[in-house]
Design a protein around this ligand. Structure first.
Ligand code: AHR
Length: 503
């Protein structure tokens, strides 16, 4: 059995793990909002039509800030359509997903739902087909207490207090040719800079995110970040990263190493942001909002029949309803490890998405709601990763991948909260056929014991939770874990994700 060795020392910190690292993303897309979080006829629906079984699962997931309302959807969205009396709200074409947007759920209803799930709102403005004026109008509507046309309109629409939205994205994936209003880096950056300045003139306390690349594999990646930040460095607080991973051509080995790619992506964007900082002689640091990340079988979606036709714009069609396996959840847990490892510079992140659409939570109209395999690494990591991310010393065997060359067989990150004295360790074994014995030097944590252990693994790495078998996959306590003489030992099964809580 291969073995690996890890040393944890709470003195070597990377940075505070921000709660915002465990954010989510709700887009008006497919059955996410309609027939997902909102299903008025459902037996669990509350007076506003929101499913309370979904609310409970979102609470259990532990999501902090939620990005809304898109995604690609936002680039064709008129925010005014989604407020005011429901019966007067227009039905609109959603060009991004070839659907009909009924606007039955808008800013007010979504904000009520956020209060139920205990999450904060992060808004994206449309810089695809709209501009600065519409962005500051929306900001006036959300953040001004009253006494102006738009803030008074909000009050008349039933919301006395301002929404007080702090975090704003300046458009979505503006580097992507698929984006409505797609532009060059230069054109986008000038618009983003003007818009950011105007928004700050209204509310200087905002935290603003400028669009980075929609993937590290875009032909403009790197140069896009450099040009965009050269124009907007003084105006923004974050640059966004988006990344989706999938197993391609049966290459499970490369897929299991997806976090290596995410690590490189983050390091490159940090280097580019710091290059612009140096060139400008600035003492301000721009951090990363990793506001879309997940496993997504995008190539399968590209091969299915597209919704098309001038007369065919369905409401809430089934779109991007990926069903996740154990292997997917292991990669997903490893992506969280990568985000935490960069806690000094990735200070906000949004899992894309939340319900039905590439989501940890699935629902069936008139039926149950259930946890996908990816639900578990998120909920457990969000709950246990407290305090500071720690720099680790990891000695592990390696293996060769087609996509990323030689990579470690084991990956790990740890957190430590000085106040409670608790630590958490998150581990992945990428081996497809062998368990790994891991020895962890925990002597510098003092006299600790294992408070919780969770391992997600299965003899069938493609096992999934489905409507018919909703609890097929769940993490189990790892009975192999022992602590003796300042050393913890644990066996990590092949293709597995593990979390330990020590205290
Ligand atoms: O999350 C699905 C889509 O992926 C989003 O709408 C878009 O921003 C990205 O390309």
């Amino acid at each position: 059995m291969p073995s690996a060795r890890l040393t944890i020392d709470p003195h070597f910190t990377i940075g505070r793990v921000q709660r915002r690292l465990f954010g989510g993303f709700v887009e008006h897309l497919g059955r996410h909002v309609y027939d997902g979080i909102h299903e008025p006829g459902h037996e669990s629906a509350d007076a506003g039509g929101f499913r309370s079984d979904v609310v409970e699962l979102v609470k259990e997931l532990g999501v902090s800030t939620i990005r809304y309302p898109g995604g690609n959807f936002v680039s064709g969205f008129r925010w005014e359509d989604s407020v005011g009396p429901r019966e007067q709200r227009p039905r609109r074409l959603d060009l991004a997903w070839h659907s009909t947007e009924t606007n039955e759920i808008g800013l007010h209803e979504f904000s009520d739902w956020l209060e139920q799930v205990g999450s904060d709102l992060m808004l994206t403005v449309n810089l695809g087909t709209r501009g600065t004026l519409e962005a500051i109008d929306l900001l006036e509507y959300t953040n001004i207490a009253g006494g102006t046309m738009l803030s008074d309109q909000r009050i008349a629409n039933g919301r006395t207090d301002a929404f007080g939205v702090k975090m704003w994205c300046l458009g979505n994936e503006m580097d992507g040719p698929w984006q409505l209003g797609h532009r060059s880096a230069d054109d986008y950056a000038k618009l983003a800079s003007r818009t950011a300045k105007a928004m700050r003139q209204l509310d200087p306390s905002l935290e603003l995110v400028v669009c980075g690349s929609s993937s590290a594999h875009m032909p403009t990646f790197g140069e896009w970040e450099r040009v965009v930040l050269s124009h907007t460095y003084d105006d923004v607080d974050y640059i966004s990263c988006h990344a989706y991973y999938e197993e391609k051509d049966g290459d499970l080995g490369s897929f299991l190493a997806s976090a290596v790619d995410m690590d490189g992506f983050i390091d490159t964007v940090v280097a580019t942001a710091d290059h612009v900082k140096a060139v400008r002689g600035s003492d301000k640091t721009v951090n990363i909002s990793f506001d879309e990340w997940n496993v997504w079988y995008l190539s399968r979606w590209e091969n299915v029949e597209k919704i098309e036709g001038l007369d065919n714009w369905p409401v809430a069609p089934r779109l991007l309803e990926d069903v996740y396996s154990v292997a997917d959840a292991v990669v997903f847990g490893n992506l969280l490890i990568s985000l935490i490892r960069h806690a000094d510079r990735v200070t906000s992140a949004s899992l894309a998405q939340l319900v039905n659409v590439i989501a940890p939570i699935m629902t069936e109209p008139g039926g149950p709601a259930w946890r996908q395999t990816t639900f578990f690494p998120f909920s457990i990591t969000s709950r246990l990763a407290q305090g500071d991310a720690l720099e680790l010393k990891l000695d592990a065997p390696t293996y060769e991948t087609a996509q990323y060359g030689v990579v470690p067989l084991v990956d790990a990150v740890a957190t430590h909260e000085a106040e409670s004295g608790r630590s958490a360790v998150f581990l992945v074994n990428r081996s497809q056929d062998e368990a790994v014995t891991l020895t962890v030097d925990v002597a510098s944590l003092g006299d600790v014991s294992v408070l919780e252990s969770h391992t997600l693994a299965d003899d069938d790495v493609y096992a999934k939770n489905t409507l018919e078998d909703r609890e097929r996959v769940a993490p189990r306590a790892n009975d192999s874990v022992r602590i003796e003489g300042g050393e913890l030992t644990i066996t990590l099964p092949p293709v597995s994700w593990t979390a330990l809580s020590l205290g």
